[in-house]
Design a protein around this ligand. Structure first.
Ligand code: NGQ
Ligand code: ZN
Length: 471
């Protein structure tokens, strides 16, 4: 298949470098404000005026929110959504889902990866996410040999981000082994594998492609304690520079048991004792933690990367929300397997899983009278921005003008008091409420639709049809 030329979001006719935007209502760090005028210079908010005149600014209808950062994504998995929902021969689990996933990725070409990523990023932008951390581990060709350009697959992710306009933090993953203690990898893992040396070259190549897309951040992702050894982990952490470091940890019970068998420690406990986990770190899932681990993670300043829809889909378990919040823990949200892409949906399921597990209501709050929707959203903005290491997550001076405007006339808001919109957006789902989306001050979604939706969808369908027909 010849790669189709997609246009860059930046090709689009847009207001000149410095321009002004006007909103009737905008959610600022101090809460909702009226008649908000923003000056945007090179994608960054240079000034915020409230109770302002519209003047010659571009009027954007609706209720303006900071776009949510998506802190954990394996974008290719969007293409296998729905393919693992039939009972297998035995008891299905995370591990049987992983077998299906390995079979699916065993056939993907770089063109497929780019086509699926572009489609998933369009969905993210249409559903409230304006930036994404791509936890990227499918590096090599189908037989496991590296591409002539080690960073070939990384360049496809960058191309998809560029075509859609989504903000990108690219996290090449180190996948070194098949299990705790340096177990040999399985055949299904051959496309992921690097030793620390080649990984550091891949990281260099990734930095070079990322530099072609302005404002892209690069970090690293040791895949999990299953996929590295203490030595390889330490080597790549040193090579990471100041960038963010993400790792999967303690997602399911077997992983905790295997970690104890290997080290005598639980996964989060092992990390806290052996690695200086700090604000650069994002621990993905952290589902199974003792009270001590929960407090230690909260006090480290690292972000817990919660992926409620995927964790529910895979049957992982329930995060210890109340204790983590009480200890001042930071969290953000990720779409992970991308079986469903919906910012409000992730926020809602986070709270609902806490309600089911704790048998109560309004669990992700700490103060009487607090809005659950607002608390969830504010926490996920801050945690997401930290984990992505980009100036996003607030409508404020110095942050990127990544803004999601909700339709104020949506029926979900019919009974909502002014200023209580977040509770209704998150907890009263219906047809999507996202109307207009700007990334770096540029409009990429209008009337709920990404400007490249059609072409990108055509290409996505063609990629999936080929993948299915070839099987
Ligand atoms: C992943 N996904 O890397 O895509 C993993 C599965 C693994 C989640 N953990 C593979 N949800 O962890 O070994
Ligand atoms: Zn993951």
């Amino acid at each position: 298949m010849t790669p189709q030329k997609t246009h860059n979001a930046s090709d689009r006719k847009q207001p000149a470098a410095g321009h002004k935007l006007f909103f009737d209502h905008a959610f600022l760090p101090n809460g909702w404000a009226r008649n908000v005028r923003l000056s945007v210079v090179d994608g960054i908010i240079a000034n915020v005026e409230i109770d302002a005149e519209r003047g010659d600014s571009t009027y954007v209808k609706g209720l303006a929110l900071p776009g949510l950062p998506n802190l954990h994504c394996h974008t290719f998995q969007r293409g296998m959504a729905g393919l693992s929902e039939r009972r297998g021969a035995g008891n299905d689990s995370f591990w049987t889902w992983r077998d299906v996933m390995y079979r699916f990725l065993g056939r993907l070409s770089p063109d497929d990866v780019e086509a699926i990523a572009a489609y998933a990023y369009v969905e993210m932008l249409e559903q409230g996410f304006t930036s994404v951390a791509e936890f990227h581990y499918v590096h090599h060709d189908i037989d496991g040999s590296p591409y002539a350009d080690l960073a070939e697959m990384a360049s496809r992710i960058v191309a998809a981000a560029s075509a859609t306009g989504i903000g990108l933090t690219l996290l090449p993953a180190l996948y070194n082994y098949g299990g705790f203690g340096g177990v040999a990898p399985a055949a299904g893992q051959r496309r992921f594998l690097n030793d620390p040396d080649r990984f550091l070259r891949l990281l260099e190549g990734t930095r070079a492609v990322a530099a072609t897309l302005p404002s892209t951040a690069v970090g690293i992702a040791p895949h999990s304690l299953r996929a590295v050894t203490p030595a390889s982990l330490r080597t790549v952490v040193q090579g990471a520079g100041a960038g963010p470091i993400h790792i999967h940890v303690a997602e399911h019970v077997k992983e905790v048991e295997d970690c104890i068998a290997w080290s005598g420690r639980r996964p989060v406990e092992w990390l806290m004792e052996n690695i200086s986990v700090d604000q650069r770190w994002c621990l993905i899932h952290a589902t199974h933690m003792t009270a001590d681990e929960t407090r230690a993670l909260a006090h480290s300043g690292a972000v817990a990367g919660l992926c409620p829809i995927t964790e529910a889909s895979l049957g992982d378990g329930i995060f210890n929300g109340p204790d983590f919040l009480a200890a001042g823990g930071r969290f953000g949200l990720g779409t992970d397997s991308n079986i469903e892409i919906d910012a409000a949906g992730e926020l809602r399921l986070l709270e609902y899983s806490q309600r089911l597990g704790n048998r109560g209501r309004n669990i992700m709050t700490t103060k009487p009278g607090e809005s659950t929707g607002e608390r969830l959203f504010v926490e996920a903005l801050a945690g997401g921005a930290q984990a992505l290491a980009r100036p996003v997550g607030a409508i404020a001076i110095g942050r990127r003008a990544d803004i999601v405007a909700l339709d104020a006339e949506h029926t979900s808001f019919a009974t909502t008091r002014a200023g209580h919109w977040l509770d209704s957006w998150i907890f009263v789902p219906g047809r999507p409420a996202v109307q207009t989306v700007l990334v770096g001050g540029k409009i990429v979604v209008e009337e709920g639709r990404h400007w490249q939706n059609e072409a990108i969808t055509v290409r996505y369908r063609a990629a999936l049809a080929r993948l299915v027909n070839d099987s």
